[in-house]
Design a protein. Structure first.
Length: 264
């Protein structure tokens, strides 16, 4: 015969099992970060709402987690202009890193990597920490995964009064060309490359799929005018970039770019 206490325990266990069976699933991602002296384990616990959404941590060269945006904070299928990463050079010594930006001295930062929804905040944090910055060297910049964020960042570069430079061997492609255009002074080495192509929206439609009078075109033309192009030049540059499909890249030289904007 089962005692009342044992019966109570059995019913309690059964009830807990039933609750857990219908509880929302939780996914855990464990990331081990190895540095020269320590091993740190970062545990990310992410609520799984059934849509498969999650956050993947990005780790910098010092083993620190880089702030990234929650996918729910922005449109994950935002208009983009991106031309793939090329082989990055060996990391340089840096005073600090903020997403794709590395501060190499009090006046100079380098950019290597793409732009996403978090990049404008990372740029603002860098300026707050290093207000004397005057120069942004663009080493390997493939473009933007979020064009709205890219234009926000570009205007922030102009407001900060930074000059933009592509050193020897440097490559600036796709949406990153807009960032280079934002410099109050612009320069590029003789062998610097600039890759351009059309943007694409979340449905795969490209610039030429939209009517000529669609407001989306005016947004880019207005930006180019802000960066110093006159109306005919802005239209010519925009048409030239969009003449190449999104899944291809047209490479331009420093002299090609000098046809549209002044270089210093």
């Amino acid at each position: 015969m089962v005692s009342p206490a044992a019966l109570f325990r059995m019913l309690t266990v059964a009830l807990l099992a039933a609750v857990l069976a219908f509880a929302p699933a939780r996914a855990q991602q464990f990331v081990t970060i190895t540095t020269t002296t320590t091993v740190t384990t970062t545990v990310w616990t992410i609520e799984d709402d059934g849509a498969g959404a999650g956050i993947t941590p990005r780790i910098d060269d010092d083993g620190q987690a880089i702030e990234i945006a929650d996918p729910d904070d922005a449109d994950r299928t935002a208009t983009r202009r991106y031309a793939g990463m090329s082989a990055l050079p060996a990391p340089v010594a840096a005073l600090a890193r903020f997403g794709p930006f590395s501060v190499v001295d009090a006046r100079t930062a380098r950019m290597e990597g793409d732009v996403d929804s978090a990049t404008p905040r990372q740029f603002a944090a860098m300026l707050a920490a290093f207000p004397a910055l005057k120069r942004l060297e663009m080493i390997d910049c493939p473009g933007s995964l979020d064009e709205a964020a890219n234009l926000i960042l570009a205007r922030a570069i102009r407001r900060a009064g930074l000059e933009t430079s592509v050193p020897s061997g440097g490559s600036v492609r796709s949406g990153a060309v807009e960032l280079w255009l934002a410099g109050t002074r612009r320069s590029a080495a003789a062998d610097a490359e600039f890759g351009v192509h059309s943007w694409a929206d979340e449905y795969g439609r490209e610039a030429q799929d939209y009517p000529a009078n669609d407001p989306v075109h005016a947004e880019y033309l207005s930006y180019y005018r802000e960066m110093g192009m006159d109306e005919p030049t802005a239209r010519a540059f925009y048409a030239m970039t969009n003449s190449t499909p999104f899944d291809q890249v047209r490479y331009l030289t420093r002299d090609d770019m000098a046809r549209f904007v002044a270089l210093n």
